[in-house]
Write a protein that binds this ligand. Structure first.
Ligand code: ADP
Length: 399
């Protein structure tokens, strides 16, 4: 039984093909720059050389078909026929309040994805296009939707309601949804295993720090609060997004500085975060860290805001849950930046959080502990693996 994991985004489609074993990756591929110049297909079989070739498509469905042709190609492919794929797991960003677990896709689920186009305009439409293409290419496979918002459906009302007039929630469903759920769920399960406990027995704070960043309080295996909100703009400082912001700043910029709606959208989503704080130097943490080492005070300031925001949320979530068994770092920054982990955790001995600098600095990969023997709270680095999590969740729905 083979499982295909599909992540159809706004300008790219990625897939991972798993064989019957849980960790058996047969091939990975992506089409990037869909709808732009230089659309390219990349394909990496488990055995053999990678392929990189231009493709002529500006449509998610066509891009997926091109990838499947590679997958079943007699020379480079890893499958003899699409019929070998028993289940296709699709990443879907927004399931709103209706979806709280992976689901087999039928017309009703597609309708829910469509209903949330307005809340995730860059993601849900290509997600649905990927599903519809996969239904044609793999007519015999079970199609499963794995939703980014689903893990956060356990948030209590006190965590998901904004202090707006109640009717905005009732009429427009304006509330905190939370994102990155597949990653938070995966790393929280691995962290519980590392602690030798059941997920139901532990309180965790999981920090997903990549280009997008979010932090989640996971109490007894359930998400009880998370930093991303109505959209992925809220919460931590990100590569180019602001995270938390006084909404009056938006009003002020439009009222007094002549900014248009489109300019403000661009400012908050694409010009802020590390990029904005570093004076336009970079949205990439590697560049920021390198500039700090060369004594660049602006980059140092950006790093300090980034890490202080993580520390503040950590304290908030410790209070929300009453205690914390482990803090978990994942994502490109969380997994690879000892400096960010150190700065986010320093000065927290009073909360029982003490980092051991040696394992923190060690150039290791893989899941590992980085706390000192005296730390009351475990500090863990867990590489995320959303594809594996999605494949596992999708397979669990098969009879
Ligand atoms: P995405 O959210 O797009 O999946 P990633 O999880 O790959 O992104 O994270 C990208 C971020 O990880 C970038 O800011 C990048 O600089 C950072 N990163 C990757 N490797 C390192 C490293 N060795 N040190 C510091 N930051 C790193």
């Amino acid at each position: 039984m083979h499982t295909l994991v599909v992540n159809a985004g706004s300008s790219s489609v990625k897939f991972t093909c798993f064989g019957p074993g849980p960790d058996e990756v047969l091939a990975q591929g992506m089409v990037e720059r869909i709808g732009l110049d230089g659309t390219t297909l990349h394909y990496q079989p488990r055995v053999g050389e990678a392929l990189h070739q231009p493709v002529d498509t500006n449509h998610t469905g066509q891009a997926l078909r091109a990838l499947v042709e590679r997958l079943t190609d007699t020379r480079h492919g890893s499958l003899d026929s699409p019929d070998q794929v028993a289940v296709v797991a699709h990443r879907v960003v927004h399931g709103g309040e209706k979806i709280n677990q992976p689901v087999i896709i039928d017309e009703a689920v597609k309708a829910v994805i469509r209903e949330h186009f307005a809340l995730a305009p860059l993601h849900n439409p290509p997600n649905l296009a990927g599903i519809e293409a996969a239904q044609e290419v793999f007519p015999g496979a079970v199609q499963v939707g794995v939703f980014d918002t689903a893990f956060h459906r356990t948030l209590p009302a006190k965590a998901y309601l904004y202090a707006l007039p109640r009717r905005l929630y009732e009429d427009y469903r304006i509330r905190r949804y939370g994102f990155h759920g597949i990653s938070h769920q995966y790393v929280s399960r691995i962290a519980a295993e590392m602690l030798g406990r059941q997920p139901a027995e532990v309180n965790l704070v999981t920090c997903h720090l990549g280009n997008g960043c979010s932090i989640t309080a996971v109490q007894g295996g359930r998400s009880v609060d998370t930093s991303m909100g109505f959209t992925p703009l809220e919460g931590l400082v990100m590569g180019t997004r602001t995270g938390d912001l006084d909404p009056a700043i938006v009003i002020h910029l439009m009222d007094h500085h002549g900014m248009s709606l489109d300019q403000v959208k661009d400012l908050l989503n694409k010009q802020s975060g590390l990029l904005g704080l570093s004076g336009g130097r970079s949205s990439d943490m590697r560049d920021i860290a390198a500039a700090c080492q060369q004594g660049d005070a602006t980059a140092q300031g950006a790093l300090e805001v980034f890490c202080y925001r993580i520390k503040k949320y950590l304290g908030a979530y410790a209070a929300a849950m009453g205690s914390v068994d482990a803090v978990v770092f994942t994502g490109g920054i969380g997994e690879n930046s000892p400096l960010v982990r150190q700065m986010a955790l320093e000065g927290l001995a009073g909360l029982g959080i003490v980092l051991d600098h040696e394992p923190n600095q060690a150039p290791a990969t893989g899941a590992r502990a980085i706390h000192a023997a005296s730390s009351l709270v475990s500090l863990l680095v867990v590489p995320t693996n959303e594809e594996k999590e999605m494949a596992g969740q999708a397979r669990s729905l098969l009879p």
